[in-house]
Design a protein around this ligand. Sequence first.
Ligand code: 6R9
Length: 670
Amino acid sequence: MSEIEGIQQPSQGIPESTSAETYQVPTGFLANHPARPHIQSVHEYKELYQESITNPNQFWARQAREHLTWERDFQTVHTGSLLHGDNAWFTEGRLNASYNCVDRHAAKNPDKPAIIYEADERDGGEGRTITYGELLREVSKLSWVLKSMGVNKGDTVAIYMPMIPEALIAFLACVRIGAVHSVVFAGFSAGALRDRIIDAKSKVVITSDEGTRGGKIIHTKKIVDAALEGCPDVRSLVFQRTYADVPWTYGRDLWWHEEAEKWPAYYAPESMSSEDPMFLLYTSGSTGKPKGLMHTTAGYLLGAAMSGKYTFDIHEKDVFFCGGDVGWITGHTYLVYAPLLLGIATVVYEGTPSYPNFSRYWEICQKHNVTHFYVAPTALRLLKRAGDDWVKPMDSLRVLGSIGEPIAPEVWKWYHDIVGQKKAHIVDTYFQTETGAHALTPLAGVTPTKPGSACVPFFGIEPALIDPVSGNEIHGNDVEGVLVFKQTWPAAARTVWGSHKRFMDVYLNVYPGYYFTGDGAARDSEGYYWVRGRVDDVVNVSGHRLSTAEIEAALLEHPNVAEAAAVGINDEMSGQAVNAFVAIKNKDANDITDDLKKEFILQVRKSIGPFAAPKAIWIVSDLPKTRSGKIMRRILRKILANEIDQIGDTTTLVDPSVVDKIIATVGVTK
Ligand code: 6R9
């Protein structure tokens, strides 16, 4: 059975505002500019874009030689196809990611800031700045340490770290020695971490004693300890962040600082082939098991460098502040790789937007003259609700980015008017773990924008909309369908680690010849794209991608859960929220208490992580199932949305009367 069997129809209509409200590049953006935008006009964008689609080999060869430093030049630009899933870029070429991010800048400007660290306020909000010269020394030392621990080229290393500079140092040391990093967001539970360590066959986990975030302690080392209970051969390297007394397993655990001081401050970067794996990043799909998307070296780096340069219009002295966590693709590409590839300073902020108060982001922007700020709409909704008084005047801001979920037009406008003081250009960027870098986005300083639209395709991306019923492409404008891409691009993930068949089935075999995004989208009368959200069983909670199947699998681990169905519903603050319907076993109806519901929520926190906890649990006697045993989640979604009249035909259900019982439980009005 293919994973996307239940593709849902993209539902909403095109908002009225689609072509009515267009914002031109703010005059303040240009007034504040250090030089002039890299791309000067919509016309220039269109010409370059056209070349990227009609003559991709010429386009990408030029870009690859311009943006990356090669140890050995490539001869072949691209081989393979979406149909066969065998794409390779810049073969014969050799390079090193860490060299491109660190050495080439350290040689020219050793004293230039690379990382600006802002600590969590729990520690008084202090921090430090790390220059490119220091970064090269730190990365080199850690490279030696990893080698001394037996990590070789091609081995996988798990990184389970809070938002501190050492997380970036860990990324860079891995790629310096040719190891494949597999970063696991430090909000995942021990069980989820263990699954990812085992699936990736990671040899070492890099972590910290603890983390601190929003004034709270994250017990990273303890979680790693619990995860490693199931993996006796995996060793751990522990950075001292809070100096807490943590449990220690001699022979397995090593302190970062004790090891690093043993080694020289230069380590020669490993020579890597363009297609050598660079990292794995696990993400949720329609089925229970998370998949490790594999990115390769040259193509990924090129996507990061080019989108950094052109989407954000980054210039030499810019300071980039990405509020996303390094555990997600946004952190990988836009907190770590893009700014460092371009040789600018990247802000690493350990805390949250609301601690100790709602000005924290803006104070950081003021303090460090941040030119680019990039965050998920969920944080913007929170800050908007907190009130405009918290926002500070930030004259250095030129570009404000949004990522991870659709941004509502009123939040977009608030970002533009209040945060950006109508002087910064807003870029609503659409991309995925799988795309590696931006796929649909305005270009700062170039593209006229529309609140709520991710606008136009990035170079090399040829979007199309497909009718999910007929499987045919929908041509023309003012249409809506399933979003696909018609040709591949260098930064695309190459496979699902250890399961190429799954990669083919989920992304490339759904509509043969196309890359399937899993999202629904509209194309308005001017060809602008409006991403609606997932058409599969993936829910986007506060910009975190969750699989309903994974949540259901977690609930089923509880001894009193007979069956579970999780669905996403719209939520004012988190964009979407998860509600779970549970049929219980081994308990009487009288035993259904709030405590039991709490236990179910706890089960999900334990199995996946706190961020995946359902917002509500509904205990029901039975779930709406077809004769073939398929749970009709669509019906549950309609009930929660109070759209009872749109439930449709229920005659295919084994027991249609369960629908009325669920309606009574949820308490909606008919
Ligand atoms: C970067 C990231 C990818 C999914 C994607 C889509 C949603 C991301 C968006 C957006 C509307 C945007 N998404 N950016 N939806 N507008 N600008 O978030 O990657 O975690 O893999 O999630 O996020 O649904 O398919 P990832």
